[in-house]
Design a protein around this ligand. Structure first.
Ligand code: BV8
Ligand code: ZN
Length: 259
């Protein structure tokens, strides 16, 4: 832990120095809220489910029943989940003006629930459903009710298939991604937390930050393809790291809250 402590205090120093710090989070920040991630060896969802069937447009259209079997299990874990120390610390840093915002690939809404205000949901969110044909949106509860009857949710307007409003493989990313990319060009510190950084175009935000002269820090249990260009890499569990980081920033976090 000694080496990790040294790196965490370096990160704390860079956070205090930064004019515009941003966090980029992946599914690894929600595993401690009991939401499984995708690629962790020995537990990731893609070891059980085929992403081509349950996370791609073609899979959704070919077998909506199979798609929704995956999603029903996922909804259940998301519904039970509570924000953890990583979500809470990022919200605290923002409230104290030490973090500009969170770019998240996660669709679980835990950053909002922890109190983060500026959240770029670059892979959408499962708070609503959307018709694949006419883009009509529906409260996710409606999608749920339909699912409970054993039927696949369909649009009341055009009869098209309704899916959770998340970005599937082969789908374009929402406006939030363009806004996040703009924010990255203005950032001087980008902190990637709990992401394998294997999914594009979000992963490209790392080299984008580097080319805008920002410092890049990666905190992840496993190696990532961008470790070699990062300024600081910490391969450790996020929970203990974030508690250590909160302790290193205690003084800055104890000052009066200002937005
Ligand atoms: C698009 C649905 C264009 C939402 C998902 C360039 C190069 C190569 C490929 C491509 C490319 N450009 C486009 C592609 C294709 C594709 C892609 O990237 N494929 C890759 C995988 C080969 N990208 C797309 O299709 C994207 N769309 O490009 O459209 C286009 C152009 C024209 C016309 C139409 C379209 C769409 C990508 C979004 C796919 N959606 N899922 C959902 O269900 O969430 S994928 C899935 O991966 C999720 O979205 C997730 O957000 C995303 C990233 O995963 P991570 O968040 O990083 O999670 P992962 O499990 O991988 O890693 C977690 C890490 O945390 C692990 O390393 C683990 O060790 C660590 N960890 C876990 N617990 C802890 C921890 N660390 C510390 N402490 C812990 N406690
Ligand atoms: Zn419709």
């Amino acid at each position: 832990m000694r080496d990790c402590q040294r790196k965490i205090s370096q990160l704390a120093h860079w956070i205090k120095e930064a004019q515009q710090a941003l966090a980029l989070t992946g599914a690894g920040v929600s595993t401690e809220s009991d939401i499984p991630d995708f690629r962790s060896p020995g537990g990731g969802l893609w070891e059980i489910y085929d992403p081509a069937r349950v996370a791609s447009v073609s899979g959704f259209l070919k077998d909506p029943e199979g798609f929704y079997k995956f999603w029903a299990a996922r909804f259940a874990s998301i519904e039970r989940a509570q924000p953890n120390v990583t979500h809470q610390l990022l919200a605290e840093l923002e409230a104290h003006g030490l973090l500009h915002g969170v770019i998240t690939q996660n669709i679980d809404g835990l950053h909002h629930r922890a109190g983060s205000k500026r959240v770029f949901e670059v892979h959408g969110s499962c708070r609503r459903g959307i018709c694949h044909e006419c883009r009509q949106t529906y409260p996710i509860e409606k999608v749920f009710e339909r699912l409970q009857t054993g039927a696949v949710p369909r649009c009341e307007g055009c009869g098209g298939l309704v899916k959770p409003d998340v970005v599937l493989f082969g789908e374009l990313l929402p406006e939030d991604f363009a806004l996040a990319a703009q924010a990255v060009t203005k950032a001087d510190l980008l902190i990637a937390l709990g992401s394998s950084l294997e999914v594009h175009p979000v992963a490209n935000l790392i080299p984008r930050a580097k080319s805008s002269e920002a410092r890049v820090v990666i905190v992840n249990r496993e190696e990532t393809p961008f470790d070699r260009i990062a300024d600081l890499v910490i391969h450790a569990e996020l929970g203990p790291c974030m508690r250590e980081l909160r302790a290193s920033l205690a003084k800055s976090l104890s000052t009066a809250r200002y937005i």
